[in-house]
Every structure is written in C-alpha cells, then in structure tokens.
Design a protein around this ligand. Structure first.
Ligand code: ADP
Length: 398
C-alpha cells in the first residue's frame, strides 16, 4: 500500500510517497512559492536524478496536480497511475478540543479545521487547502487528518488550564494544546520499543529541539504535559521564539516603543529566541555555536540560556511524573548537537543520568547514549513526522 503524506504551509507544500510494505520513501519533494511569482517544484526519487519544474502555481490545487504529474512521470516518477496511491495523510495543525486522534476527512472534519482558523491562523487555512486540493485531484481517495494538537489532548486539566478566569476557556477554548504532537507521539513510542520500556507505565520525556522546540512528558505513551501552549510560542527558547515570558513584558514594550500587542507578539515569535538574545546573529543554532566559538559573549549566553531552559523543563517534568525512565533527544539540534546533549545531561546527575561519551558522539542515529549504569536511559531517536503520519493514515484506511 502506498501512502502520500502532505504537509502544506501557506505558500509551500512538502510531500513524501511512502511504500508501507517496508516503510520506504519512494519519492519526496517540495513545492515552493505557491501563489507567488517564481513557483518551483523539486522532486526526488530513489535512484533518479532530481527533477525541478518551474511553472506557475497560483494555488495549492495546481501544486497538487504538479506533484501528481511528477509522481507518474515516465522518467522521474515512481508510479504508473495515481490510483496506486491508497490514501493521503495530511499534517494538520489544530483541531481545537475536538479530536484527540487522527481521523478520516469528511465534511465535519473540514468544518472543525475551518473553525480552528483562529487558533492556527498560519497553518489551518493552508492545511485545509491541501485537503481540498487532494479531494479535487484524486476523488475517491481517502484523506486522513493527522493533528499536531492530538497528542496533547490527554493532558489533565491541571496541566492544560491557564490560571485565568475560567470563562475564557468556556467561551474561547483558551488552554494549553501543545504542538509537535506527531513527533512527540512517534518518538516516545519508538523510545518505549527501543528502550524495552513498560508500554503501559514508562515515564518518558522527549526533547524535540529544532528551530521550533518543545518538551513533552508522557506516561505509557500518553501525554501528561508539554511545553507549548495555546500557540507554539510558550515553553523553550527557540530559534526565533522567546518561549516562556512574563506577559507584562508585552505591555511594557508596547508602552515604551509605541507598538501594538500584535507587533510585539510578532517580535516574540520571529525576532526573539537565540536570534534575539544573540543580538541578531542568527536563528540557526550552528551559527550561534560558531559565534560562541569565536568568543561572542551574547551567542554564548543565548546557547547557555537555551540549554538551561531545557534542563529546567526536564526537571519539572521528572517532578510532575514523580520519576522518569527515559529522556529522549530528537529534531535538528537534538539529533546533531553532541556538545549540547552532553551539557544538558551533565546537569541531570541528580536524576542518576550518566552520559556515555562515545555513544553520544554519533550523529542522527537511533541509539542509547547513556552509560549502562545510568538510572535513566537517555536516547537519541531521529524524529520522522512523515512516517508517523503515514502510519496513522494506514491504521485508519486499511
Ligand atoms: P524545524 O523543523 O523546527 O525547522 P529542525 O528540526 O530541522 O527544525 O532543526 C533545525 C535546527 O537544527 C537548525 O537551527 C540547525 O542549526 C540545527 N542543527 C542542525 N545541525 C546541528 C548541529 N550539528 N549542531 C547544532 N545545531 C544543529
């Protein structure tokens, strides 16, 4: 069975065609600048040359048609006919409080995705466009929505409710949702299998450290807390996002700089994090590390603060779960930043964490990086959101 995985942004569309017999990626690609001048599709298939098509893509529907053309192309394609695609799995950001699991798309699902435009203004409209484009281009092929917020739905009230007047939750569903859910679910599940942990009781902390970064705590694969909130702005220090901050800072900057709340929120989302803390060096952690190596003080502080916040969240979640069996690193920084993992683990000695330097010095490969006598297993598990979406899709359509 072949499953197409689609991840739509407002002007982009990433895709992978996965053969579920052996979970291999048959082809993958990216449509860029949808609805903007200079649209481009880049398509890659195993053992074939890269295929680049520069054609106008006024909307996501045209983009999907171009993806289909690439997939069935006699030279660059990997299938003879689009009927070979059994189902399409879509990454969808927000399902509000409605869905705690993936679901086959019907009119109700589309209505919920639309009703959550307020909660995911950048992503939900694009996600819906992707779904509708597939319905139009491949009528009869089931579409499955895999929600980023689904994993966080198992949090208890004490973890998801903000300490603000309850009417705001009742009227507007203001609560903590958590994001990167597909990754946290996939990685915590893999950690339980790989680390031979109790599938019902294992207490796992996943540190998804990329440009966007979040930590989750789960027991038996069910999320009990996670660091992102109503939006992905809460929690860790990220590439460009501030993470946790006293909300009074917003009012203070508004007053001092004559800015609106929206403008300051934009700064907290796009100009803060290690980019802002380093005095504008970069949002890319490698640039920050290089600047630190060259003696830049603010870069060193930004990296230190990033790691410090991760350490604090791990401590908080170990306390919240009254213990932890495994701590898992994933995503761009988590998978590749060996000194960062080491620095974080060295501050977790009180939990009985002991890192194995040799195991830690291997990149991006599923492995246990703690010493055999470490009380907590520390692991590196590369995330694979596309495969996770494909598996969820398969489970619903087979
Ligand atoms: P996202 O999906 O949120 O865009 P990724 O998970 O792809 O992010 O992670 C991207 C980040 O990973 C970038 O900031 C990049 O600098 C960082 N990264 C990649 N390799 C390394 C490395 N060797 N050391 C430190 N950071 C790295």
């Amino acid at each position: 069975m072949k499953i197409l995985v689609i991840n739509c942004g407002s002007s982009s569309l990433k895709y992978q065609l996965i053969d579920m017999e052996n979970e291999s990626v048959l082809a993958k690609g990216l449509c860029e600048r949808i609805g903007i001048e200079g649209s481009k599709l880049t398509h890659e298939a195993e053992g074939k040359d890269k295929h680049v098509v520069e054609n106008p893509m006024p909307n996501h529907s045209t983009a999907i048609k171009m993806v289909m053309d690439a997939l069935v192309d006699p030279v660059y394609g990997v299938i003879k006919d689009t009927s070979e695609i059994s189902a399409v799995g879509h990454r969808v950001l927000h399902a509000g409080t409605v869905y705690s699991d993936s679901i086959i798309v019907n009119d109700d699902v589309k209505r919920v995705v639309r009703e959550c435009f307020d909660l995911g203004p950048l992503h939900n409209p694009a996600n819906l466009m992707g779904i509708e484009a597939c319905e139009e281009t491949m009528p009869g092929t089931p579409n499955v929505a895999v929600f980023d917020t689904a994993f966080g739905m198992s949090m208890p009230e004490k973890a998801y409710l903000y300490a603000i007047p309850h009417e705001y939750f009742e009227k507007y569903s203001i609560r903590r949702y958590g994001f990167h859910g597909t990754s946290h679910k996939f990685v915590s599940g893999e950690a339980i299998k790989f680390g031979n942990l109790d599938p019902e009781k294992a207490k796992v902390i996943v540190c998804h450290l990329g440009n966007g970064a979040s930590v989750s705590a789960s027991i038996g694969g069910k999320c009990v807390d996670t660091s992102m909130g109503l939006t992905p702005l809460e929690g860790l220090i990220m590439g460009t996002r501030s993470g946790d901050i006293d909300p009074a800072v917003v009012q203070f900057i508004c007053n001092k700089e004559g800015k609106t709340v929206n403008e300051v929120l934009d700064i907290l989302n796009k100009k803060s994090g290690v980019l802002g803390m380093s005095g504008g060096i970069s949002s890319d952690f490698r640039d920050i590390e290089n600047a630190k190596a060259e003696g830049n003080h603010l870069a060193a502080v930004a990296l230190d603060a990033f790691q410090y916040r991760v350490i604090k969240y791990i401590g908080a979640y170990a306390a919240a779960m009254n213990g932890v069996d495994a701590i898992v690193f994933t995503a761009g920084v988590g998978e590749n930043d060996k000194p960062g993992r080491k620095a974080i683990c060295e501050s977790l000695g009180y939990l009985g964490v002991k890192i194995d330097d040799e195991a830690n010095n291997v990149r991006s490969q599923k492995r246990i990086i703690s010493a055999p006598d470490s009380k907590v297993k520390v692991m590196l598990i590369p995330t694979n959101e596309e495969l996770a979406i494909a598996r969820e899709t398969l489970a619903l359509v087979k």
